[in-house]
Design a protein around this ligand. Structure first.
Ligand code: GUN
Ligand code: ZN
Length: 429
């Protein structure tokens, strides 16, 4: 079987750097050997790999870095063109800018090209796996799943569900929500790259009947995910307290309807208290940190260490449109700064982990992607600084390859991603 050896400077995580000693592996003269199906056979020193596979095709990426494909743990498809939108904070921004923008996807003729542009934009930014809030409208969601399958994006997505608190034309009854979810699950969730997530927008846009329907869907289709927002802004949390007076805290609302489990992705979780973190950890939920979005909306500073102390899996998300760009790579730099503000300095290994293997673990997809372990999908980015004289000169002043990687996290961006591969196939062209 014809194999392909990609030659370059390799870096990936072999585990969580907070638990595994020397988890970051960097190989200056490295090679990534893929089989004919784009599955990783081996990653390591170039000489050894070329000796073991002398007949393999060779793709020489020169001095470029080969890094695992990035994982975006939370991003909104219907907000593709709603970045940098006006609003004083979460609830005002939703009402003023986001709900009106999300109506545009009611037109299937507009939604289909948007879906392929959205998927291509993620891939070109280095994202090969994403957890996506879908549209309210079924044809738009079908277009999203189809665009991901064609483009080669590993996707967790579902219809954004609301039955109150938003303009009428964005609402569905619980019965309509059930029917749309069931149809999309049956049509798409069995395909290799595609996963469904039941996606109640947040507690404020769902009645108890809608949350009950979400719980029923999780019971009926145990392979699906649950993706929602929690504890993002103080105004939101206050309103949740008023709307669900029986709840001890925000998480209680989701817990009551059976929405917490190993496949639950909770976006933001900035203001979660210790009892909520304990409960999330017991239920084995994952959390998605969206630093750029949190800064843009002024939502708060994510307490990463508290989440880690509770043993929670944490992904990083762009949260477009509250996030102002599609690059998880740039999001890692924002993540660094948000922890600096709280007196925690993240190392390069931890940053790269959050955007790759840590994200894949949080999304339950680490058997498929996240690093260069044999048997995983050949998902990787080719990051090169040629043509950027400033960055090349800055890197020359670094003492080590790890230092270079740290600089790249802060100074490189999508324009430096020379190519992106998913399943061994170039998907960025
Ligand atoms: N909470 C409920 N809906 C949204 C949304 O669209 N974006 C963000 N950032 N938070 C939300
Ligand atoms: Zn969001």
């Amino acid at each position: 079987m014809l194999q392909t050896a990609h030659l370059g400077r390799l870096a990936h995580l072999q585990g969580d750097p907070n638990r595994v000693h020397d988890a970051l592996e960097v190989i200056e003269d490295g090679a990534l050997l893929l089989d004919a199906n784009g599955v990783i056979v081996l990653a390591g020193a170039r000489e050894a790999i070329l000796k073991a596979a002398p007949l393999a095709n060779r793709v020489d990426h020169g001095a470029a870095w080969l890094l695992p494909g990035l994982v975006d743990g939370h991003v909104h498809f219907p907000q593709f063109y709603a970045t940098a939108a006006a609003g004083t904070g979460l609830l005002d921004w939703l009402n003023r800018s986001i709900f009106p923008a999300e109506k545009a996807l009611a037109d299937p003729g507009a939604a289909a090209p948007l879906a392929s542009r959205f998927v291509r934009r993620l891939l070109r930014s280095g994202t090969t796996t994403a957890a996506v809030f879908g549209s309210q409208f079924l044809p738009a969601n079908a277009a999203l799943f189809e665009a991901a399958a064609v483009g080669g994006l590993r996707l967790i997505a579902g219809a954004t569900l609301m039955d109150h608190g938003a303009p009428e034309d964005l609402l569905q009854t619980p019965e309509q929500a059930y029917a749309q979810c069931k149809q999309l699950i049956e049509e798409y969730a069995a395909q290799p790259l595609l996963h469904y997530a039941v996606t109640p927008r947040f507690a404020l846009s769902c009645s108890e009947a809608m949350l009950e329907t979400c719980g029923a869907l999780l019971k009926e289709f145990p392979q699906v995910y649950l993706h929602t927002h929690i504890n993002e802004s103080p105004g939101e949390i206050e309103a949740v307290g008023r709307t669900f007076p029986w709840a001890r805290h925000y998480l209680d609302v989701y817990a009551r309807f059976g929405l917490l489990g190993e496949r639950t992705i909770l976006a933001h979780s900035i203001h979660s208290g210790a009892p909520e973190l304990t409960h999330m950890a017991e239920a084995r939920c994952a959390v998605c940190h969206c630093p750029g979005s949190n800064l843009f909306l002024g939502s708060g500073l994510f307490p990463l260490r508290a989440h880690q102390r509770h043993g929670l899996r944490v992904a990083v998300g762009t949260d477009v449109g509250a996030g102002t760009h599609f690059s998880v790579w740039n999001e890692l730099s924002e993540c660094y700064k948000v922890q600096q503000l709280q007196g925690h300095t993240l190392g390069v290994a931890e940053l790269l982990y959050l955007g790759t293997l840590g994200g894949a673990e949080a999304l339950g997809l680490a058997a498929q992607t996240g690093n260069f372990a044999p048997g995983k999908s050949g998902d990787f980015i080719v990051l090169a600084t040629e043509g950027d004289a400033y960055l090349a000169e800055r890197l020359r002043r670094c003492d080590s390859l790890e230092d270079q990687l740290f600089c790249l996290i802060h100074l490189a961006g999508p324009c430096h991603m020379k190519a992106v591969y998913a399943g061994g196939r170039e998907v960025s062209a």
